[in-house]
Structure formats: structure tokens, C-alpha cells
Design a protein around this ligand. Structure first.
Ligand code: NDP
Length: 283
């Protein structure tokens, strides 16, 4: 039976080291700053934004909250981003997605200075990831890589199968594994015979958004399983994209849902913000 990869514990250890870095920066007069922009009243977005603010406060990071009404125009939002790009106290700018329909999301993400793009979604940062010279890496896939590192998983030469090819998880995590010299197979909804692909994998990374669709019997004995999926089923229960109980019997290590990848995402946002502040402090 596989060991459980404890995302909460890995995230807590990382947050401690981030807080220590923040304390160190403050000694030299630099307070890391994150601007969080929320447009509208989406309840899930409000929860995420408040979690991000609390995490900033706990780490000693200054967070500036900008809550804008749902009818905000694209021009108004772009004007705020322009202001934040020039604000010396701000090392990272996060625009909570989704945005109301009158606002073009790509236009907004591209307006954020690549030097403050702590979500790593700007095409400049995507390009740097593709070319193997990353500046900011997107938080969820970066969190997955930190978990693999903390678990002592060596990726060089391994068969990694990523299921899901979104811009925020699947594609970037595939690129990050490639940079670590894994042989990467990127699967999606048009992939033929997904079970056969998963059966080859030394490391499976699931980012689909379909409850328990990766069956336990597909997992190669001894494989490492990272489940990014978060799905609400039945009585508000959270399950991942992997059939956890059955997969656990075959995997050498596996992330639970909840308590796996989830706690890593905000942690990496703090990490990116502090890295940005270090660049400001040290030039
Ligand atoms: P998207 O909906 O953007 O992408 C889902 C991907 O899964 C697509 O590439 C899609 O393929 C693929 N897919 C869908 N059905 C199948 C199938 N039957 N077989 C194989 N592949 C399939 O999702 P995200 O990447 O944004 O999120 C994925 C999951 O991760 C969600 O559950 C989300 O909630 C969770 N998540 C968790 C985070 C965390 O912090 N823990 C952060 C971000 C996401 P195609 O491209 O062909 O349509």
C-alpha cells in the first residue's frame, strides 16, 4: 500500500521557509507586496481571495485588495493594472478569474507586467517556461513539482503521464516534468485508450475535473500518483480525478483529495511573490 503525500505538511514547511525569507527581506527594508484584484461578487472567487489574503498576512506579506464592482469596464481594470505595474510596493499582481463577460481576460492578463505576473499566465512567462528558462511558473503545477521534490521523486528518465491539457495545469506541468528530463505523455479527451497510457506511467498527474475517472486498476504497481482534480459529489464530498482507495493499493505514493495538491497552490503564490520581492531588493 502506498504512502500518502501530505500536501498540508509540505505546504506548511514551505510557508515557514517563505515567512523566514520575508523576515529577512524586511530587515533590509523590503516588504513583499501582493495586489489582489477581484471584479464582481462570484462567491467562490471571494473565498479564494480571502484565503490568499489570510495566507499573505500569516507570511508577513503586504496584501492590497482591490474589489471592483461587477459592472467595471475593461478600460477601468486596465487603468488599475497600469497603476499597480508602476507601484513600487507591489511585487505581484493577481487578477482573480473568471472576469465578467464585458472584460477580455487575455487582454487583462497580458497587461500585467511580466515582472509582477505571479500567476505565471502572461505569454512572456509561458514562453520562458516553454524555452526552459522560467521566470514565474504557474502556482498549481509548480506546487505539484515541489510535492514531487519533497517526496524524493527523481523524474529523469521516468515515464510521466499527464491527463488534462489546460493552460493552467496540464500543459505547464508537462513542460515542468520535461525540464526535469522525464519522458512526458500529455493526454486529453481525444486520447485513444487512456488506460493503456496510464498503465505505462511511473508518475501519473491527473488534472481533468471528472470524479475518480482514473481507475485504480490502471495504476502501475509502484507508480507515484498526483491528483490535481477537485470534484464535489453527493453530500458536498470532495473527491479527486483518481479512484483513491483502489489506486492507493498499487501506488508507491499518492496525494489525497482534499489535503494533497490543494494547499500547495496558494503556497506557491506566496513563494512567487517573495521571489519577485527578492529580485526587487537585489536587482
Ligand atoms: P479544464 O477543464 O480546463 O481541463 C480539463 C482537461 O481534461 C482538458 O484538457 C480535457 O481535454 C481533459 N479531459 C476531459 N475529459 C477527459 C477524458 N474523458 N479523458 C481524458 N482527458 C479528459 O480543467 P483544469 O485544468 O482547470 O482543472 C482540472 C482539475 O483540477 C479540476 O478538477 C480543477 O478543479 C482542479 N484544479 C485544482 C487546483 C488546485 O489548486 N488543487 C487548481 C486548478 C485546478 P480537452 O482539452 O480535450 O478538452
Amino acid at each position: 500500500m502506498g504512502s500518502i503525500i501530505d500536501g498540508k505538511a509540505i505546504a506548511a514547511a514551505l510557508r515557514q521557509s517563505i515567512a523566514a525569507d520575508v523576515a529577512q527581506l524586511k530587515v533590509t527594508g523590503t516588504v513583499p507586496g501582493l495586489a489582489v484584484v477581484l471584479v464582481g461578487e462570484d462567491p467562490a472567487s471571494r473565498v479564494y481571495v480571502s484565503m490568499k489574503e489570510k495566507a499573505c498576512a500569516a507570511a508577513g506579506i503586504y496584501s492590497a485588495e482591490h474589489k471592483l464592482p461587477v459592472e467595471t469596464t475593461e478600460a477601468q481594470l486596465l487603468a488599475l493594472i497600469d497603476e499597480l505595474n508602476r507601484d513600487r510596493r507591489i511585487d505581484g499582481i493577481l487578477v482573480q478569474l473568471p472576469l465578467p463577460k464585458q472584460i477580455n481576460e487575455s487582454k487583462v492578463l497580458e497587461a500585467i507586467s511580466p515582472a509582477k505576473d505571479v500567476d505565471g499566465f502572461h505569454p512572456y512567462n509561458v514562453g520562458r517556461l516553454v524555452t526552459g528558462n522560467p521566470l514565474f511558473q504557474p502556482c498549481t503545477p509548480y506546487g505539484v513539482m515541489k510535492m514531487l521534490e519533497a517526496t524524493g521523486v527523481e523524474l529523469a528518465g521516468k515515464e510521466v503521464v499527464v491527463v488534462g491539457r489546460s493552460n493552467i495545469v496540464g500543459k505547464p506541468v508537462a513542460l515542468m516534468c520535461l525540464a526535469q528530463h522525464a519522458t512526458v505523455t500529455l493526454c486529453h479527451s481525444r486520447t485513444h485508450d487512456l488506460p493503456a497510457k496510464v498503465r505505462q506511467a511511473d508518475v501519473v498527474i491527473a488534472a481533468v475535473g471528472r470524479p475518480e475517472m482514473i481507475r485504480g486498476e490502471w495504476i502501475k504497481p509502484g507508480a507515484v500518483v498526483i491528483d490535481v482534480g477537485v470534484n464535489r459529489v453527493g453530500d458536498n464530498k470532495l473527491v479527486g480525478d483518481v479512484e483513491f482507495e483502489a489506486a492507493k493499493e498499487r501506488a508507491s505514493a499518492i496525494t489525497p483529495v482534499p489535503g494533497g495538491v490543494g494547499p500547495m497552490t496558494i503556497t506557491m503564490l506566496l513563494y512567487n511573490t517573495v521571489e519577485s520581492a527578492k529580485r526587487r531588493a537585489h536587482g
